[in-house]
Structure formats: structure tokens, C-alpha cells
Design a protein around this ligand. Structure first.
Ligand SMILES: NC(=O)C1=CN([C@@H]2O[C@H](COP(=O)(O)OP(=O)(O)OC[C@H]3O[C@@H](n4cnc5c(N)ncnc54)[C@H](O)[C@@H]3O)[C@@H](O)[C@H]2O)C=CC1
Ligand SMILES: O=C(CO)COP(=O)(O)O
Ligand SMILES: [Zn+2]
Length: 355
């Protein structure tokens, strides 16, 4: 094989079963049967999501004759991944399920990858695109890393359960999808300036997904399963774009760096997708793009567009803006070598994020 042929090699991991719809949580045993996962499951869930879905999955698999353990995990940290991995190894677990929000799913996904067992994603909220991606965002000390992981073998998204979740979580998922707009612009910029690997297919899928959601923003409403279905499908597309790219580049750029910076500096950060949505307004302004249409779409969805709506004081927004470029220095974005404090204040005021 020539060196050139090796350079062309690409290994994309995508889920095999994606089941979306009303009451599909009851299909968990059918999905396991389809994947030949017959016994020894470990469910990773959260404190409140255990009652919402963890117990249902547990009982359903137990009724079908499987041995099932459950572990409650709230933080997406390396310590939690190690704890889950230890329990899984001690119990000879054959597969893991992440049942809950983003943090439970990421912890289960990475632990399953490390011990080389299959993983099933059962989101209880459509709050982020990690429900399907081959990445895990995990905190290690003071740093959050986006780590390559195995894609879920299956995703089971029950629109009934997700529609009952607080609307804020769905609006947050919309922010995570809309953020693809600036993520792709950053990726294109980095490709032009630094020749970073670029995938036309991943970028096109990611941008199109965000645009469809922006065009349908006024149809996203609370407690509507049709809204949930639309957002879940968009999250799946966005996750697939990351899998095609083999990195989070199509769905994470400068706006995500701003969100990660806010997680560091804000005493009480907002939700991931909410922060990414506001970050998209700011970064679109820096790109010289149509930041007002991003703001309009987020407002139509009733997602936060200001510091006040995020529940974060102006000074932390400015601090995060100045810090953003240091979050992932290897990922070139519109932030370049960083904003000066006065430039940060200008962008935040002009976009009405602070007043
Ligand atoms: N792996 C990846 O590719 C990606 C990972 N992420 C990561 O995901 C995390 C963000 O996930 P989120 O879900 O936004 O936040 P989260 O995991 O902090 O959950 C937010 C809250 O939602 C609650 N919740 C979930 N479902 C509920 C329901 N049905 N009813 C009532 N409450 C419910 C949880 O109990 C929790 O308190 C971050 O750590 C982020 O970095 C985000 C995007 C992509
Ligand atoms: O949040 C993500 C995509 O929406 C994943 O991105 P990160 O690479 O920033 O963790
Ligand atoms: Zn995200």
C-alpha cells in the first residue's frame, strides 16, 4: 500500500440503531435483542433521571431475564469515568447504557470505550448533540477535553419522556445545533489559514442541520412531541457530522470555547447549549456574519440571548470572552490570538449580550 493510500484511510463510527418516537423506551429490550446484548448490563444514570427513565430501563431489562446493575453519576469527570469502569470490570459487565442527560451519557460512553464494550445512549432530554456522537466531553482537573470515544451502538430517544423534560433543556439543544453555524465558519477559516483537515460532507451536513432548525425556529414549542422529534433529528445529524469528521470541528468552534470558558469563570454556569447559543451570536459578529438572524432564531425558540437571560453577570461574560482562545489553543478559530478586554466589551455590547 502506498503512503498516499494510507493517508486516505478513514474509519467512521456511526450508531447501528437509532430509535426515535413516542414510548420507544419500551423498545430497549428489542434493541438489545437486535444487537445480541443478552445479559449483564450496567446503567449509568443521574439522580433525577433515574426516576424518569433509569428505573424503567432497569425493570424492562430485568423482566426480559437480564442481570442489570445501576450506578448514579452526576459529574462528567475522569474520576467518575474511572468509578464506572471499575464497577463494570468488577461485575463482568457486557455492555453499558447511559440513561439521562449529557453528563451521564458522556461518562458511560467513555467508560464503555475504555473497557471495549458496547454502549447504548438513552437521552432523557434533547439538550446537546453528544447523544449520538463519537466524542465524550470530560473534565480532567480544571480542563474539559473532547475525547474520541466509540459511537453508541444504539440511540433510544423517547419523545414522550423528552417532551416532559423542562423546556429549557430542549431550547438548549437548539442552541447547540445553531452553534454549528460558527463552528463550520471557524473550521473553514482554520483550513484556509492552517491547512487543517476538512470534510465537505461533515461541514455541509452540520450547516444544513443548523439552517433547517433556524428556518423552523418558530415551530419549536414546549410540550410538543413534534418539536422534540425535530430537535432530536437535528442532534442526530449533528452527531453524525462529528463522526464523519472524526472530530468535533463541525459542531464546536469559537462559540464552544466561549461556553467552556464560561464554565470555568462563572460561579453558576448556564446549560451547555444555552451558552453555545449566546456564543454563536458573539462569534458570528466577529466573523462579520448575520448575527442578528442567529439572535432572532434563538429568541423565537425562547433560548437565552443575553447575559441576564443566561443568569450570568456581565463581568463573567467579558472575562470568558478574553479567555476563550486559551481553552483549546490547538483549534484555530476567529478568536485568533484572543480579544483584548476593550474589544470584548465592544462585541458584547454591539450584539446586546450585555447592556
Ligand atoms: N459528547 C459530546 O459530543 C457532547 C457532550 N456535551 C456535554 O454534555 C453536557 C451537557 O449536557 P446537558 O444535558 O445539557 O447538561 P447536564 O448533563 O448537566 O444535565 C442538565 C440537567 O438536566 C436534567 N435532566 C435531564 N433530563 C431531564 C428530564 N427528563 N427531566 C428533568 N430533568 C432532566 C439533569 O438532571 C441535569 O440536572 C456537558 O458536559 C457538555 O460538555 C455536549 C455536547 C456534545
Ligand atoms: O459540544 C460539543 C459539540 O456540540 C462537543 O464539543 P467539544 O469538542 O467542545 O467538547
Ligand atoms: Zn455542544
Amino acid at each position: 500500500m502506498t503512503q498516499d493510500m494510507n493517508a486516505q484511510k478513514k474509519w467512521m463510527q456511526l450508531p447501528r440503531d437509532v430509535v426515535v418516537g413516542h414510548g420507544v423506551i419500551d423498545d430497549v429490550k428489542n434493541v438489545c435483542a437486535d444487537l445480541k446484548l443478552a445479559d449483564n448490563a450496567l446503567i449509568v444514570t443521574g439522580k433525577s433521571t433515574r426516576k424518569i427513565a433509569g428505573d424503567i430501563v432497569h425493570d424492562s431489562l430485568t423482566d426480559s431475564g437480564q442481570r442489570v446493575e445501576m450506578i448514579v453519576s452526576e459529574a462528567a469527570s475522569m474520576k467518575e469515568v474511572d468509578r464506572v469502569r471499575k464497577q463494570a470490570l468488577e461485575s463482568g459487565v457486557e455492555y453499558l447504557l447511559g440513561v439521562g442527560s449529557g453528563k451521564s451519557i458522556d461518562v458511560a460512553k467513555l467508560a464503555a470505550t475504555e473497557i471495549e464494550v458496547p454502549f447504548i445512549s438513552v437521552p432523557t432530554a434533547a439538550s446537546h448533540d453528544g447523544i449520538v456522537s463519537s466524542r465524550a466531553s470530560i473534565k480532567n482537573g480544571n480542563k474539559t477535553a473532547s475525547i474520541q470515544a466509540n459511537a453508541p451502538m444504539a440511540v433510544i430517544a423517547d419523545t414522550d419522556i423528552i417532551a416532559e423534560a423542562p423546556y429549557r433543556l430542549l431550547a438548549s439543544g437548539c442552541g447547540d445545533i445553531i452553534s454549528n453555524c460558527t463552528a463550520v465558519l471557524d473550521w473553514q477559516l482554520a483550513t484556509r489559514l492552517q491547512n487543517v483537515p476538512f470534510s465537505e460532507y461533515a461541514a455541509a451536513l452540520s450547516s444544513m442541520t443548523a439552517q433547517i432548525l433556524i428556518d423552523s425556529a418558530d415551530t419549536i414549542k414546549p410540550e410538543l412531541e413534534s418539536s422534540v422529534r425535530m430537535v432530536v433529528k437535528a442532534l442526530v445529524s449533528s452527531g453524525v457530522a462529528m463522526s464523519i469528521a472524526g472530530s468535533s470541528r463541525p459542531a464546536s468552534g469559537s462559540e464552544h470555547m466561549f461556553s467552556h470558558a464560561l464554565d470555568k469563570v462563572a460561579p453558576v454556569p448556564a446549560l451547555h447549549g444555552e451558552q453555545c447559543g449566546v456564543g454563536t451570536i458573539l462569534m458570528m459578529y466577529l466573523h462579520g456574519g448575520d448575527w442578528k438572524s442567529i439572535r432572532d432564531a434563538l429568541q423565537a425558540i425562547n433560548a437565552p440571548v443575553t447575559a441576564e437571560e443566561l443568569g450570568i453577570e456581565d463581568k463573567y461574560i467579558l472575562e470568558a470572552l478574553v479567555l476563550s482562545h486559551t481553552i483549546r489553543p490547538e483549534r484555530y478559530t476567529i478568536l485568533g490570538t484572543g480579544l483584548t478586554p476593550d474589544a470584548a466589551e465592544i462585541v458584547a455590547r454591539k450584539t446586546k449580550v450585555i447592556s
